[in-house]
Design a binder for this molecule. Structure first.
Ligand code: HPA
Length: 266
């Protein structure tokens, strides 16, 4: 960790990010046109190479509206085969760099039958069905408690702020529960039925490990899903990553507008 921090600090000097943003599938270009310092994951000691097509794999340190950001263009997924501790390593790095608020975005399938592809959903809570917890192992007490409370992982005031900003932008935004599966296979119709009975509204293969660790580290978390497809069994069509990326690309401008107006008020 010290080597990671030393390497990053050498590039960013005394820049101190307060807000972290993780960009999910199709949203990776959010920080493309901003001036900032870019560091590729592959160059950072302790970081893995990101392998998913459509994910860039770099940190962008930038400033807007007087606020300082570190943006993850691309993330690690458990299904890529990394140990779960590697997936959440960047979150711990953000904490050490001074990040207080983490905004997590993702692409997700809709479990809730009222949702449509292209909808945005503010995450109110999650169900971890990845089969693993990123805090398993020795606890680093300098980061957080051995048995962290999880009663408000997604901060209510940030959820309210996002809903308020959506209203001002005349956007319909859903709020619901995100269920995380390991992937990489999509779910079966029976699994989606199970998730619905459990109380999930959307399903995806990320976010939960990151949110869990951010909460453990004492960060405020906001999660927003871009509903890219109806989950398996809702419609007769087959699921594909191309569809996920295509829908995410279609809504990225409104997603960006929402993010920018939320960020202004944090
Ligand atoms: N299932 C799981 N993960 C996803 C989906 C889905 O339907 N869509 C986007 N990510």
């Amino acid at each position: 960790m010290q080597e990671t921090i030393d390497y990053i600090k050498k590039q960013i000097k005394d820049f101190k990010p307060e807000i972290g943003i993780i960009l999910g599938s199709g949203l990776g270009d959010f920080a493309d046109n901003v001036a900032g310092i870019r560091i590729k994951y592959q160059d950072i000691p302790g970081f893995e190479k990101s392998t998913v097509a459509g994910h860039k794999g770099q940190l962008v340190f930038c400033e807007a509206d007087g606020k300082k950001f570190v943006v993850m263009q691309g993330r690690y997924h458990y299904y890529e085969g990394y140990h779960i501790s590697r997936i959440v390593y960047p979150i711990k790095v953000m904490k050490k760099l001074g990040v207080k608020t983490l905004i997590i975005t993702n692409a997700a399938g809709s479990v809730n039958k009222k949702y449509n592809a292209g909808d945005l959903m503010v995450i109110t809570d999650h169900i971890n069905l990845m089969g693993v917890n990123p805090l398993i192992g020795e606890n680093d007490a300098s980061l957080g408690d051995r048995f962290p409370d999880m009663s408000e992982v997604y901060k209510k005031s940030l959820i309210q702020l996002t809903l308020q900003k959506a209203k001002e932008l005349n956007m319909q935004v859903r709020q619901g529960v995100y269920a995380a599966m390991s992937g990489p296979s999509y779910e079966t119709p029976a699994e989606i039925n199970m998730l619905r009975i459990m109380g999930a509204d959307a399903v995806g293969m990320s976010t939960v490990p990151e949110a869990l660790v951010a909460n453990y580290c004492g960060m405020d978390v906001l999660g927003i899903s871009c509903i890219t497809n109806s989950a398996a069994g809702v419609h007769p069509s087959r699921l594909s990553h191309a569809e996920v990326v295509e829908t995410a690309a279609k809504v990225k401008d409104s997603f960006k507008n929402l993010l920018v107006s939320v960020i202004r008020e944090i």
